[in-house]
Design a protein around this ligand. Sequence first.
Ligand SMILES: *Cc1c(COP(=O)(O)O)cnc(C)c1O
Length: 339
Amino acid sequence: MASRYDFRSDTVTAPDAGMRAAMAEAPVGDDVYGEDPSVAALEARVADLTGKELGLFIPSGTQSNLVALMTHCARGDEFIAGQEAHSYKYEAGGAAVLGSIQPQPIENAPDGSLPLDKIAAAIKLDDMHFARTRLLALENTIGGRVLPQAYVDEAVALARANGLATHLDGARIFNAAVASNRAAHELTAPFDTVSVCLSKGLGAPVGSVLVGSEAFIARARRLRKMVGGGMRQAGILAAAGLYALEHNVARLAEDHGRARQLAEGLARHAALKVEMPQTNIVFLRADPAIAEGFAAHVKAAGILVSGRYGQQRWVTHKDLSDAAVDAALAAAEDFFARA
Ligand SMILES: *Cc1c(COP(=O)(O)O)cnc(C)c1O
């Protein structure tokens, strides 16, 4: 059966008619010359929403994090990040390969945070044996979890006290904001720089925006060009981002509600160890053979999920309705009734 419901990621959404119309009508210019009004509007909008001076439109979140790391850190510097951080684990080692920047990963605590004592212990002394520790990079949400804001304040204060800059991978910062009933700028205020994804739950086809101070973004602009991220009439893409920010932020609450319904329904099956979600991502564990059988069973029912080795990830997004959750739970009932 062709798949009807795709829970693998919130990146699988397709632009809807309203978004496509906005893209088609977008005023454009050559953005490498700084002449695309739609890109400028998007950059200003994200800077405003996150409380920073300037924004920079970048093709992907991976490139946005890379540009941020390369702007903060020089060759031979290091950044502290979580073992689970996207910027450490899921970006093909780009900081090391392209930036000659050494990652210093730290085990994430169960809530996604990096324990303060471990951060403190990882910050190197000024000594010729060591790389220069320059940056603390956090992520919010991380694995669908919202970082406690009191923790964020403490971690950033610790970084500052040690002369480190701070970057937030806020790919899903609007999920964190909606889930915690706070404005995005409250969550991003402590950080020097933030990267925001438009192509996750917000539903745009392409793009991230890196925000920071005027001086930082001027340097980041050069590095974006260096890594091939300078785009020309990118306003058609920026228009999708602007549309997403206008129409698709508040509705993230629906995704969170569906994730919770899904988790509660799946948790009725004792073989599935389901983590209750804070936002739009449900993780579960099961005996690997059961997980594999279950994934195959739901796939036959037209439902796609991601995961391996007894782990599964179910992600809700704007192209999944209540019917998708109902279908998933019905497939689970069916599978475990037979098992
Ligand atoms: C998806 C994601 C990125 C990277 O975004 P791409 O556009 O896929 O390169 C970065 N950080 C986090 C936390 C993400 O989830």
